[in-house]
Design a protein around this ligand. Structure first.
Ligand SMILES: NC(=O)c1ccc[n+]([C@@H]2O[C@H](COP(=O)([O-])OP(=O)(O)OC[C@H]3O[C@@H](n4cnc5c(N)ncnc54)[C@H](OP(=O)(O)O)[C@@H]3O)[C@@H](O)[C@H]2O)c1
Length: 264
């Protein structure tokens, strides 16, 4: 049963690094949570951890979001349980590093299905409800990868370029409504993403003045971005500056640069 006085946020990929941090920050700000992912144990232990310090209502939905069917199944579960979503966070995502031709077609399409198809399907289904109520917020987690081509992670970078473009377009389409859209573009973040994507983190610059951001910092920037109704959120001042440089650099050069970081 949902508490009428509280807003409810649906977070996909809530069993992973950034999703967990998002769940915690929204709970701190008194949002009821709908947490979804495939890893039951992780979602249960996250729910228990939050319940120990907060009385927000938490629903968990175990769902593979590999494409349209998965997103539709999640939407059907929300309807069965009569759960209304005030804030949708499309955070679930994956990547795979390596030469495109050497990554199986199945894996490449799996990236598009989760990062783009499920995200678009869920947005379409929930946006209609939000527009009926003329109230709602959609947050899509893209990446700094959205701003350039990414050799040796070609499909992942392209999928995030889609998320950025789609989200910014939607924000403009909806500007006269009370439904808002933010897209968040984190740089590298310390999570399991790197290991899962078989990525080489060794060339990512980090040091005293250039620290790799944490999932908690991304979640905080996301929450603040929503509060300020920012269309595009780029967490971290240095990341923001590098995107500005990126805009003035030929795409062939930015692709070369990205390829250098992605190559093992
Ligand atoms: N980490 C980074 O450096 C970084 C940088 C920029 C952007 N991002 C983006 O941030 C988002 C979260 O990444 P993260 O760093 O937190 O990675 P993570 O720790 O690997 O978490 C990924 C989440 O996505 C979910 N997921 C993956 N495939 C799924 C599927 N088929 N069905 C349902 N859920 C699925 C996972 O859930 P289950 O395992 O339970 O299925 C997990 O909760 C992603 O969209 C990623 O592209 C990450």
């Amino acid at each position: 049963m949902q508490n009428e006085n509280r807003k409810t946020v649906l977070i996909t990929g809530a069993s992973g690094g950034i999703g967990i941090a998002l769940a915690k920050i929204f709970a701190e700000h008194n949002y009821n949570l709908i947490l979804t992912g495939r890893n039951i144990e992780r979602l249960q232990s996250l729910s228990e951890e939050i319940h120990a310090i907060s009385d927000v209502v938490i629903d968990t939905v175990i769902q593979d979001l590999n494409g349209q069917e998965g997103a539709e199944a999640l939407f059907a579960t929300l309807n069965e349980r009569q759960l209304l979503v005030d804030v949708l966070i499309n955070n679930a995502g994956l990547g795979m590093a390596g030469p495109f031709a050497e990554i199986s077609l199945e894996k490449n399409l799996n990236i598009l299905n989760v990062n783009c198809v499920a995200l678009t399907t869920l947005t379409h289904l929930l946006l209609k409800q939000m527009l009926k109520r003329n109230s709602g917020y959609i947050i899509n987690i893209a990446s700094m990868a959205a701003y350039q081509a990414g050799p040796f992670m070609a499909v992942y970078y392209a999928s995030k370029a889609y998320v950025l473009s789609f989200s910014e377009a939607l924000a403009e389409e909806l500007k006269k409504t009370n439904v808002n859209v933010s897209v968040v573009c984190p740089g590298p973040v310390i999570t399991e993403f790197f290991a899962r994507a078989n990525m080489f983190a060794g060339r990512i610059p980090s040091g005293k003045y250039l620290k790799i951001m944490t999932a908690e910092q991304i979640a905080k920037a996301t929450f603040l971005g929503m509060k300020k109704n920012k269309r595009t959120v780029i967490p971290g001042a240095l990341n923001y500056i590098s995107i500005i440089f990126n805009k003035f650099t030929p795409r062939r050069i930015t692709a070369k640069f990205a390829g250098f970081f992605n190559l093992k």
